[in-house]
Ligand binder design. Structure first.
Ligand code: NI
Length: 227
């Protein structure tokens, strides 16, 4: 499932994240690449343990914590610390690759299985040319370029790329989520059920059928969740 989550960052949070990343020391993006993606990758990143990455990452995590849509779509168990990349000038592209299945936190040794990938845009589309996130999966090929503060959530198992930025700079936060529900089909079913129940509750209130359906949602989640 590909899900656009609008306005994950408030205007203030976005401005603060932009201010922090603008003043950061950027490094070669291949520091976090695997052996295949190393050849495809040519961008910039803020090193994960740099103060700027931690500070801006905390802003992203706080915003995620307030997003009900993110929670119901991802059912997050663990989130690998948000990182930041920049595509500009001669470091402007990331060709086709699949994200590593497991990420290991260098300082703690803790593993995160990457069920979902996320990109949260910090640059406005008008600030750069090119730089589309192109995602290929069973739903076909999708090209994504979102307003600053918006986020795209997509299967980490998909082949994806960022097309060359030919003008300006594209700054974004990227991170991975291990879900409580590992199977994407089950996550999709739970998401559809949850959104439908919300719609029914809005229209009908808490009728006995809505209450029972809500029970079905939670009992399915109980059956499938590895919390
Ligand atoms: Ni990737």
């Amino acid at each position: 499932m590909l899900l656009h989550i609008p306005e994950v960052l408030s205007r203030d949070a976005l401005n603060e994240a932009r201010r922090i990343t603008a003043g950061a020391a950027w490094a070669d993006g291949r520091i976090t690449a695997g052996t295949q993606s190393e050849k495809a990758k040519n961008n910039l990143q803020i090193p994960i343990d740099a103060p700027a990455s931690r500070k801006a990452g905390a802003i992203v995590l706080e915003a995620l914590g307030r997003s009900a849509l993110f929670f119901t779509a991802a059912l997050p168990r663990r989130i690998f610390p948000p990182q930041f990349n920049c595509y500009r000038g001669g470091t402007n592209v990331f060709d086709n690759h699949v994200d590593n299945a497991v990420r290991t936190h260098a300082s703690t040794g803790r593993h995160v299985r990457t069920d979902l990938s996320a990109t949260l845009f910090l640059s406005e589309p008008a600030e750069y040319e090119g730089g589309e996130l192109v995602i290929e999966d069973i739903f076909g090929t999708q090209s994504v370029k979102l307003p600053a503060g918006d986020m795209i959530l997509y299967p980490a198992s998909s082949v994806h790329r960022v097309t060359p930025v030919t003008h300006g700079a594209r700054v974004a936060s990227f991170f991975w989520i291990e879900s409580m529900v590992r199977d994407g089909g089950r996550r999709r079913l739970l998401f559809d059920l949850d959104m439908s129940i919300l719609g029914l509750r809005d229209r009908l209130g808490d009728t006995s059928e809505v209450v029972r359906l809500t029970g079905c949602y939670h009992n399915l989640l109980r059956m499938w969740a590895n919390a």
